[in-house]
Design a protein around this ligand. Sequence first.
Ligand code: UDP
Length: 336
Amino acid sequence: MAILVTGGAGYIGSHTVLYLTQQNEKVIVLDSLQTGHKEAILETSFYKGSIADGSILDEIFSNHTIDAVIHFAADSLVGESMKDPLLYYENNVMGTFTLIKKMMEFDIKKIVFSSSAAVYGNPEKVPIDEEDSTNPTNPYGETKLVIENFLKWCDTSYGLKTISLRYFNAAGADPEGRIGEDHTPESHLIPIVLQAALGKREKVVIFGDDYNTHDGTCVRDFVHVLDLASAHYLALMRLRNGHPSSILNLGNGTGFSVNQVVEACRKITGKNIFTEVMSRRPGDPARLIANSEKAIKELGWKPVYSTLETIVEHAWNWHRLFPNGFSPVKKNKIKH
Ligand code: UDP
């Protein structure tokens, strides 16, 4: 039996593929490489293509005996989704419809779905429970919620079993430094701060210090990408063992402010990192912290890299080894 991992060349996808192969699972990756990196796939069968392309799914499902899908493939930039909702509904929602349609045709009834804390929007309280209200504040989060709901009806009507994993802030890298986080353009806090530590940025722009938090900057729950990877494996095993569908938060349950993250990066790297406070980024909630008790209980999930220092250390290790990311070509200095 093999697992199809869509978006397996992306950041969380590639770390999950690495983890699955370490558990002796047979993995097939489908990735369009629009944002993913072929170099992030170490030793796995790879198909280049889109989840919206029924013919490549026919080929994969005919050539391999696949019992489950782990579905990461999606566009995931909040700002871009605000500018172009059509793109996000087309790639995330319509692409997933094609994937599920083909899964039903080939009688594949298990899927672990890559959801997001973005489904909550501005939370009514923290830590956030799965039952709290979902009011996405951007099209990206809305597409994730649409798919979660769609999967629920597919369970009712076709018996498709799903575990949707709502990630908080994924960060860190493979502890052995083989793969890591490389987005173009980069928009995530930790890689941006580490690019400043490497001298690839002059400074880090802090988006607002007038939030209602202990130091005025936003607070986030950072979770190590390999801990996310292990949760996907446990979710898959739970579905294989015949358990019902579920929706689970994945975070550490501890919040760190943007200022605290910058300070941790200064400490780990030993570098001067300059910051400048600018205006708030539209759509940023002040505090996002997960209650992940349900995942801990249902999956037996135990995050092992849960301190901010370890997360930053592993990310820094990869950024130092691969200062230009997966690309061998030197990128120009980034303005800020
Ligand atoms: N952030 C920042 N400067 C940056 C990038 C991010 O101040 O250059 C802040 C952002 O406003 C948010 C936090 O860092 O409060 C985490 O942002 P990120 O994009 O990493 O993740 P998000 O929480 O949006 O998923």
